[in-house]
Write a protein that binds this ligand. Structure first.
Ligand code: ATP
Ligand code: MG
Length: 188
């Protein structure tokens, strides 16, 4: 244990670079958006300014939407359409995705914002609603002091490559498969 502690202490000493991060939360398991919100809470504790852009707004209002609306340090933008299997309208969804990305781009060029969350962004690239090179370029050229969190399943190689931290959340088990419906305060 002493050797292990000394190794860890040494690694902590070596990790002395301060850098704005891209954190990517992907995979099929539950916990991507809620992890992003955990980091939003951490940032709020230090009085940081936060922007949250939600692509693919779900049909269900979430508890966090109600909570975040009361926070003066948070600005939230919702994509005006929720992609659903019933109402696929590629042209309209693409237009809405581009509009939402335009809002995200404003945040990603505003150095007064400390943290930008791009919730469910991965789908916009996978469905080709948005152009990946342009997104990667904007992310690379954001203010030096700004952290970004991206969530969504099946993150593209481009996003994985530019991210500093990538967590691939594994779906070991989900209550839904045992016919348990989504639970208030846990799932929404
Ligand atoms: P959360 O918002 O709970 O962190 P998430 O962002 O990882 O979840 P999404 O794909 O955005 O996952 O889906 C959000 C909703 O879908 C939540 O209600 C979540 O419980 C549910 N969900 C997530 N993963 C699964 C899964 N593998 N099977 C069924 N439902 C899921
Ligand atoms: Mg999510």
């Amino acid at each position: 244990m002493a050797a292990k502690k000394s190794h860890i202490d040494q690694r902590i000493l070596e990790a002395n670079i301060d850098k704005n991060l891209i954190v990517l939360l992907t995979g099929n398991g539950k916990g991507k958006s809620s992890s992003a919100l955990g980091m939003v809470c951490r940032s709020l504790g230090y009085n940081k300014k936060i922007a949250i852009v939600k692509f693919l707004k779900g049909l269900q209002e979430t508890g966090e939407d109600a909570f975040l609306a009361q926070q003066p340090n948070i600005q939230t933008v919702f994509m005006k359409t929720g992609f659903t299997w019933d109402t696929q309208d590629k042209a309209y969804d693409t237009k809405m995705a581009i509009e939402t990305w335009d809002a995200a781009k404003k945040f990603l060029s505003d150095d007064s914002i400390d943290l930008v969350v791009l919730d469910e962004l991965t789908y916009m690239l996978n469905y080709r609603y948005l152009d990946e090179p342009a997104i990667l370029d904007t992310l690379n050229n954001r203010p030096q002091t700004q952290h970004v969190i991206i969530t969504g399943r099946a993150a593209s190689k481009g996003l994985i490559d530019i991210a500093d931290t990538v967590s691939d959340i594994k779906d070991t088990k989900h209550a839904f498969r045992a016919n348990i419906k989504a639970q208030q305060g846990v799932d929404f």
